[in-house]
Write a protein that binds this ligand. Sequence first.
Ligand SMILES: O=P(O)(O)O[C@H]1[C@H](O)[C@@H](OP(=O)(O)O)[C@H](OP(=O)(O)O)[C@@H](OP(=O)(O)O)[C@H]1O
Ligand SMILES: Nc1ncnc2c1ncn2[C@@H]1O[C@H](COP(=O)(O)OP(=O)(O)O)[C@@H](O)[C@H]1O
Length: 945
Amino acid sequence: MGQSSSNRATLASPARSTPADWKKLLRARKRRTAGGRSPTPRTEPGTGRGAEPGTEKSTVQSIIPEAERGTVQSIESCIERGTVQSIESCTERGTVQSIESCTERGTVQSIESCTERGTVQSIESCTERGTVLSIESCIERGTVLSIESCTERGTVLSIESCIERGTVQSIESCTERGTVQSIAPGTIRQVIVISTEQGILPECVERGLPADFSAFGERIFSEESKATLKVEDTAHTEPGHGVYPDTAPHILTGASSLWGSSAGIVPCTDRAGLETRLCLDVDPQKQTSLVPAQSTVTRLCPDGYVVGGVETPSTLASDTALSTRRGTLLPEMRLDGQGVGCRRDLSKGGGSHFAMSDKVWSEDYGKSLVGSPRDADSERIVQGVIELRGSEPGVNCLEQGNGIRVLGTGCAELPKGGLDRRDSWKKDTVMLPGSSGPLVGEKTIKLPERSVRYLTPRVEERTTALGETGTGRTLRCVEKPQPGSDFGIAGLQLTVTPPDFVTTSESVHRRQLTRDPQLCRKGPPLLEFRLLTAELASDTHNYSIPRLIVTRDPSPNHRLSSTSSSPQVLDSCCGLDVPLCGDAESPCSDSGCGGSPVPSLFLRKLSSSSGLSSASSFEESEDDFGGSDGEPNGLHVLLCSPEDHAATRSWKKLKNIVHWSPFVVSFKKHYPWIQLAGHAGNFKAGEYGKILKKFCQSEQQCLEWLNRDSLRPFVPGYYGVVEKDGETYNQMEDLLSEFDSPSIMDCKMGVRTYLEEELVKAREKPKLRKDMYEKMIAVDPDAPTEEEHRQRAILKPRYMQWRETLSSTATLGFRIEGIKRADGTCNTNFKKTKHREEIIRALEDFVDGNKTILKNYLARLKDLRSELERSDFFKSHEVVGSSLLFVHDASGLAKVWMIDFGKTVRLPYKQTLNHRTPWIEGNREDGYLWGLDNLINMFVNLVQD
Ligand SMILES: O=P(O)(O)O[C@H]1[C@H](O)[C@@H](OP(=O)(O)O)[C@H](OP(=O)(O)O)[C@@H](OP(=O)(O)O)[C@H]1O
Ligand SMILES: Nc1ncnc2c1ncn2[C@@H]1O[C@H](COP(=O)(O)OP(=O)(O)O)[C@@H](O)[C@H]1O
């Protein structure tokens, strides 16, 4: 008894007792228990926060047997600490039958042991929510050794934290299955692989979710599980599509060591080296077997759930395919690829068959998804916008006329309020400008109409060869029509017919529910093409289609030019009332009107042929750079001056503008940072060894992906988005930082320097660029056509194509943009450097005849080529305007990196490029690898010579 009171005295002052005290007490208590139960006198209710004696008696069966067991030193000890307000408060609710029932089993050492750690605020906090019926129910089953066992590991912050999220309905639901000890197969309903492809991180951040998924995961999973969880992809991997369901059983190893978790995201790596993350979602209700579904991923929803592209083996009940929750599908969410809304049905063979899962979206959305032609009967529910891109569901149509077959995939946008109402969907006919371009490939046309978002007509084949009308011969239409031929598609007439409203028993039922006679739509809307030849088009619609012409230098050497794909130069828009200043810009063009980030168009490009004196441009541009002088990180930004307009001064000594700041910490290496090409004002110094480039989302997405792709060694490290002086930047590795007095060369890769979409835009909405006209005449006053001279402006694609044909871009698939040598001389005057011999000379000069450096470059270029050939990223992107940055120094260190992904664009799902096929409009080929082959050949020659 004395012992008991002394204990009580200690326990009465929890603030003064240490965990060690507690442990001692508990040990003492155990010893006592082991030594036989001695009657323990009834204790007083301590601090007075306890119940009235009378109540106590009625709600707690008896304190005595409790104390007898010695497991709870005394009920008061709880109350004293204030963690259990009063025993009654528990028993009143009937949630704790009696404390004894716990301690009898010896599974809860003591309530205190929980509360001591602060992980269970109080038993009540659980029971109040009704989520833990009673601790006993857990312990009874012996599945939760003790609440502590979880919290000790820190893997479950607190039981409440789970319950709060609603992911664990109740402790029992887990423990019943014996899963809390380990999340075992059977409790995981769904594993979503979030491939870290474009967009996911910013999306998250935007929605206030943790950008760092691993942190999110860590909160839920133990270190141990992080180590053991990985994707074992034994099957194929497609770009952006990690692991396929047929590998499902192998995907998770060691999943059973995921302690006490409900949902979370764990980083792992798939076969392609692409980092993927798994999101585990425990289904407390179902005993489905562990099915890690594969997914392309896509968006994180505000409540932390992921929707997107989940493919689930057909053996699963359809309602487990996606666990979208109410409100998770957002308007404007782009459902990319076949995944979303569709279920891969393995039973139908090899995973190539897709069916819509009608249970994917909850009824709450109340809006019907545009149907799949395949599965027109099932009603799908979605909200907002759908884009069924390039997949079977969606809209398909076919036009066969004039010997040409056009297939189309389109995308319909649900009008606000959904498609359920007939009146929100009207029949539209729109005219789409065509082109006299090639008859093969795919072309995406953004439609002005509200009801249709875009359409991708694909010219498949023509059934007659030129002049052989009626023979019925089927030819793959791979070549460009001969000049003068009117086989080009002058236009497409697109008719959108509302979906079919029919009455089915289901719709009747819904109608009864909603009392809306128009409710329920069946079947997809129809998109129909009418293919127009030039003749038809002029009858039908009076719009101008800029013709594609080559104004100068049609690059006879270029293998592409003689046949199908001579650059389709936009003409000068004769007679068009074309506004000045373009918006026909590439995704990350920061140029605004005139394309210049600074008011003066002459400062627009460092490599521009602006006609300015180098010095003036140089100095003005220098001011654009926040990091130009004395950056605290020791990096000093120099602008490589624009090329001399005087050809005689093509190599120019860099002005010494570097003033070391006295405030710079001395151990840091100082080095001048050179921007050889690109947009003025685009760069700032970042942290040491890092630079900031004006934020461009497509570049960010590419860098994120590339930093996880096999191409990682060949791209700058990416360090996220940074705000500086009110501007947003992508922070990336400064590739110069490891060199001493580096020599640098920028080679722009590919046969094309503008995106196909820029061409389309320029046709739809031609905008004249004065700055480009200026740049053009600075290099060649005779280059513009008469009309262009008259307008003193040209179209961007016209300028770009002129640059391509003037230089080696069109003929060799790359061009030198600028070279800065170790001695400080700098040359950006390569606009007319076109022929092999000229380039070889420039390369020799760049390496100063140093064979070691040449060999090192050659090895690096070959490595790069091999990686490019197997990179998922590369296959699935149109890479335009990207450069190779060559850097070497006197030590012989020579490296090459890919830079500038502002115009690198993801292809539609399943489309891939080989980067060597000649470009013809529509095929999106960029000639990157072809250019690299040529570049490598030159290095080979140089090494051998
Ligand atoms: O090199 P010069 O002859 O000066 O021409 C430039 C480059 O082609 C730029 O491409 P890159 O960035 O690949 O070097 C392009 O930027 P975009 O990337 O925006 O196409 C500029 O277009 P504008 O930015 O529209 O001026 C264009 O004026
Ligand atoms: N990560 C980098 N490290 C070092 N220099 C770089 C890096 N990125 C770009 N540069 C320099 O900046 C120039 C322009 O880069 P780029 O990305 O092509 O800019 P822009 O998008 O404005 O065309 C390159 O020629 C190179 O000199």
